[in-house]
Write a protein that binds this ligand. Structure first.
Ligand SMILES: [Zn+2]
Ligand SMILES: [Zn+2]
Length: 256
């Protein structure tokens, strides 16, 4: 039982880490830079840890920039103000994301400029062969270690982790929570202490200061675990924090 629960928890946080660190803060917002070689390593790590849920940095990055530009307007790729249910929003998000990743949708240059892309790798990592192979590995692990029937209920969640992580923020953090900064959109800080979403929950802070590497830090309890990993990776030279973009705690508080 503990092996499956451990596997589920590890997959939840690791796949989420690569979403928030690589796809969101790096690909979409350029909160820090890295060499092209390091970038390729992170593409591969994202594939390993997102597995059957692998998301293209290009598809995610471009769509997410559109979300910030059009937040809670009819052009927003996902918004609880315009999408009637979380399911409809998830389906629309998937459709737009696929169209961007497959280049069947024309998008403005400001949304694509500088978004990292590795077409050959994306093609492989998004292929049905890759997705089914990862899925089969998950089933095998459950087959071996799921000693209680209800543990199998966790398996479909693992198949769809990336869309689930996306929907938690895109739906709930645009509906419920508190606001540090009055902004034009409906973004909220969903969890006062983000133990679940690795800092993504401080969504109102993030909508106010999009390219800030630290999503938390405005109130004392807003601890953003991903930011500490970013600081560490910056210290050991894996990435370079774009410090000029970083808003100091004092400045952000004054703006609040
Ligand atoms: Zn948002
Ligand atoms: Zn963002």
């Amino acid at each position: 039982m503990y092996i499956i629960i451990g596997f589920f928890i590890a997959h939840w946080y690791l796949s989420l880490f690569f979403q928030t660190f690589f796809l969101h803060r790096y690909a979409a917002h350029k909160a820090f830079t890295m060499s092209k070689t390091t970038e390729k390593v992170f593409f591969v790590l994202t594939w390993i840890f997102q597995g059957s849920n692998y998301l293209s940095a290009y598809g995610y990055g471009v769509m997410h920039r559109m979300h910030h530009a059009f937040a809670d307007t009819p052009d927003d790729p996902h918004s609880p103000t315009y999408d009637e249910s979380i399911w409809k929003m998830m389906w629309k998000t998937k459709t737009i994301y696929s169209a961007i990743a497959n280049k069947t949708m024309k998008v403005e240059e400001r949304f694509t400029k500088g978004v990292p892309e590795w077409q050959a790798f994306d093609k492989f990592a998004r292929s049905i062969v890759s997705r089914i192979s990862w899925g089969a590995l998950y089933v095998l692990i459950y087959w071996q270690f799921a000693t209680l029937w209800w543990l199998w209920l966790l398996l479909p969640v693992q198949f769809f982790l990336s869309p689930i992580h996306g929907a938690i923020i895109n739906w709930f953090a645009h509906k419920y929570g508190y606001v540090n900064f009055p902004v034009k959109d409906t973004s909220k800080n969903f969890l006062p202490v983000d133990f679940l979403m690795m800092g993504e929950s401080y969504h109102n802070n993030h909508h106010k200061h999009g390219s800030r590497a630290n999503f938390g830090g405005i109130r004392w309890h807003e601890i953003d675990p991903t930011y500490y990993v970013i600081l560490l990776l910056d210290k050991i030279g894996v990435i370079q924090l774009a410090k000029k973009k970083e808003v100091s705690l004092g400045a952000a508080k004054r703006a609040a």
